[in-house]
Design a protein around this ligand. Structure first.
Ligand code: CP3
Length: 357
């Protein structure tokens, strides 16, 4: 193991993750302060991440428990965030079942043989725990190191995974994905139900190894109109959320540009709904009917002067008080150019400001 010093945040955390502000907020219980973590907190904005990743391809780094443990702990040490997010990628379970894909720096996931027909589904087989022994090992090691800081496991939602598999890479308009969805609904539903099985299995591995919450990332679901989301996507995301609901950990459901989909994303079985920065948090709270919320500072806002950041963060904290539970986060992932000192300052601000209420 590279860095086995206990995470900084654990000094302020109760001994058990179950009692942490983060899990209390997920469950809608009173909290000593508003918990905060950042999507993509582990990774490209941290110099210590670049240092340990040097010369090691992204997907390979995800198969090395020593690196996964170190990279997951880096932002916890630096920022004293209220939760760690497991360092991996939404493409890892698909690579683990043998699909030919890679993550190209500056581009994103690239898939060698895009899925277009029923026979293209043949290689998309169920995921077994034995396919990802490095995930089990890294989660166990992390839980030992994190003390009372909870670990969030995650997976990609069926639509977002399908978008990469069908397009063969990142896409702005999701044209091939939508052509398959509208034009060959039998292939589409067969693909999404296979992906739902893989996503559920990937979450199960993480929870059984000790992750104490999960996040389902449907990053690109915002490309869909509500009626199409309902027909082609919601049932498959719901299958994942219902399956993992049996494991007894809180489920966070997040997508980008999903303002119009928030009621359906909540109804799919989320305990916490992630709100992106385009939707005022108070409007988001109204749309998710009694669920806890997570969000939603614009990730680009941390490039503004501190006074502006503080003012926006204060307004989000005040809005969040109206929800049964609020977890402070950005409205999407940390941008690579982000100044880590700004995030450290933001975490401290969220903790002190919210403790005053
Ligand atoms: O800190 C964390 O949030 C944990 C780790 C994490 C990564 N990817 C590591 C990563 C998580 C939760 C993800 C999820 C993920 N991966 C999503 C959903 C979240 C979101 O941001 O919407 C998506 C869509 C992907 C697919 C993916 N993987 C993209 C678009 C990219 C960026 C490609 C680029 O270089 O622009 C990746 C690569 C990736 N995943 C990196 C990291 C740290 C960067 C790898 C590098 O160092 O080059």
């Amino acid at each position: 193991m590279i860095g086995n010093d206990t995470a900084k945040a654990s000094h302020d955390q109760p001994a058990r993750p179950q009692d942490s502000a983060f899990l209390r907020a997920c469950r809608g219980e009173p909290v000593p302060h508003t918990p905060v973590w950042f999507m993509r907190q582990a990774g490209r904005s941290l110099p210590e991440y670049h240092k340990v990743r040097q010369g090691i391809p992204m997907l390979e780094s995800c198969t090395r428990p020593d690196l996964v443990t170190e990279i997951t702990l880096q932002p916890v040490r630096r920022y004293a965030v209220d939760a760690a997010i497991f360092y991996s990628d939404i493409m890892v379970p698909l690579k683990a079942i043998g699909l030919d894909l890679d993550i190209v720096p500056g581009v994103g996931p690239v898939v060698a043989n895009p899925v277009r027909t029923l026979t293209d589904l043949d290689p998309i087989r169920p995921l077994e725990a034995a396919d990802v022994p490095y995930v089990t090992e890294a989660v166990r090691e992390l839980v030992r190191n994190l003390g009372g800081t909870p670990l969030i496991g995650f997976t990609g939602a069926p639509f977002t995974l399908a978008s990469y598999l069908v397009e063969g890479g990142p896409s702005r308009d999701h044209v091939a994905t939508k052509a398959l969805m509208y034009g060959a609904p039998d292939v589409w539903h067969a693909l999404l139900s296979r992906l739902a099985g893989i996503s559920s299995a990937f979450l199960r591995v993480q929870v059984e190894a000790g992750a104490s919450a999960v996040q389902l990332f449907d990053s690109w679901a915002g490309a869909l109109a509500p009626a199409d989301y309902e027909t082609y996507v919601r049932p498959h995301s719901q299958a994942v959320l219902e399956e993992v609901g049996r494991l007894g950990v809180p489920r966070i459901h997040f997508g980008v540009g999903t303002g119009e989909l928030l009621p359906q994303m909540a109804a799919a079985g989320a305990d916490v709904v992630g709100i992106d920065w385009r939707v005022p948090l108070s409007a988001g709270i109204d749309r998710v009917a009694g669920r806890a919320v997570q969000g939603n500072l614009d990730p680009a806002l941390v490039f503004a002067p501190w006074e502006v950041v503080a003012e926006k963060a204060r307004a989000i904290l005040a809005d969040g008080m109206r929800a049964p539970g609020h977890i402070f986060n950005l409205g999407h992932g940390v941008l690579p150019q982000t100044d880590p000192d700004m995030l450290a300052r933001l975490v401290e601000f969220v903790h002190t400001e919210s403790a005053r209420h």
